[in-house]
Design a protein around this ligand. Structure first.
Ligand code: SF4
Length: 353
């Protein structure tokens, strides 16, 4: 296990190092080893503070730091809140971004050279080495200011919601490549990292003897993280005086219909619907009354938890997350103008007024 793996645990080589190491994650969890404590810290800091940097950078050795990553993924899966996965992946990506900026600038922030990732290494990690070219510049003694990125990867890893300047029509284009500033290229690498971390999350931990044992061994940590989340106050009830189901976004209307057809919604769908309904100002009892009977009790219970909690962790999922969960359906014209189901509702309400 190399220090570089601990610094970038989502690298393919880091995963291979974990797989080939003579260490069983299940055994570490069973004995509540230091890597578990660091894994818990990793998730807590991600959800509460948006970073996975350790509080004390000298508290953990390379192996503990690296092994804390797969343990954190198990914990995030056990929390069973789609918004937690999203927040966790963003925190991993934001932390990696800071580290990359340090490493590429060779500032290192006290980090030994062997722990640093080179620019080429990171490009190769995301199969971008053939897709990114340096713009020629006068001085060869400083990092380039601009790069050219092939259109395909540019469109894959950038998002027009980052600002108009990211739209292709506002970009210099030549020979199938888009011109980007250095900082913008780093943003693309951050997005590639976020997607890498999100891949496969959440996964089913329970369902086998071994999985059930893992879940049982981590239960106190999972409960603690859940309690931390629920300590954060109440979601703002934005539209408490006037809730208009006819103006709900199509994805939410579709979920409502599914409950009214008697379907018992799976976890992510139930969370998304309950979080939206609480977000627009329905109290838990009202949530239970607008959904179908088969889901009423379960959604009322979820709404009670959500109404007692707060923070972006329990905000209704964004359109991106809804898409990731295959819950973005029946899109209409308004969907092209917003990035969040709450924004859909807000603009629909404004237009109706
Ligand atoms: S784009 Fe957003 S608001 Fe529209 S259907 Fe998809 S998830 Fe819902």
């Amino acid at each position: 296990m190399r220090p570089l793996h601990a610094r970038y645990p989502f690298f393919a080589a880091a995963r291979e190092a974990v797989e080939s190491a003579d260490v069983a994650i299940a055994a570490l969890i069973a004995e509540d080893a230091p890597a578990v404590e660091r894994g818990v810290e990793r998730v807590e800091r991600a959800l509460m503070e948006g970073t996975v940097e350790p509080d004390d950078p000298y508290a953990w050795d390379t192996q503990e730091e690296l092994l804390s990553y797969p343990i954190a993924r198990i914990l995030v899966s056990l929390i069973e809140t789609p918004a937690a996965v999203d927040k966790y992946a963003r925190a991993e990506a934001d932390t990696a971004y800071e580290r990359m900026v340090d490493d590429f600038g060779a500032n290192g922030d006290g980090v030994e050279g062997e722990a640093r990732a080179s620019f080429d290494e990171v490009l190769q990690e995301f199969d971008l080495d053939g897709a990114v070219r340096t713009e020629r510049q006068e001085s060869r003694h400083r990092a380039p200011d601009h790069y050219w990125v092939d259109v395909g990867p540019y469109l894959t890893y950038s998002d027009p919601d980052w600002g108009d300047e990211w739209r292709l029509v506002n970009r210099a284009l030549a020979d199938g490549a888009v011109r980007v500033a250095r900082k913008e290229l780093y943003s693309i690498l951050r997005e590639a990292t976020r997607r890498r971390v999100s891949e496969g999350l959440p996964f089913a931990v329970r369902g086998s003897d071994a999985g059930d044992q893992l879940a049982a061994a981590l239960d106190s940590h999972v409960q603690r993280i859940r309690n931390l989340l629920s300590d954060r106050g109440a979601i703002n009830a934005v539209y408490a005086d006037s809730v208009e189901p006819d103006l709900f976004p199509p994805c939410i209307s579709a979920l409502l219909e599914r409950t009214q057809d008697g379907e018992s919604l799976p976890n992510e769908a139930a969370f998304s619907l309950a979080a939206f309904l609480v977000g627009v100002g329905l109290d838990p009892e009202e949530v239970g009354s607008v959904v179908g009977d088969a889901s009423a009790e379960a959604l009322e219970t979820r709404a009670t938890v959500l109404a007692d909690s707060s923070g972006s962790q329990f905000a209704p999922p964004s359109c991106e997350t809804m898409q990731a969960y295959d819950l973005c359906v029946n899109r209409d014209d308004r969907c092209d103008t917003i990035a969040h189901p709450m924004a859909y509702y807000e603009t629909a309400m404004e237009d109706a007024e």
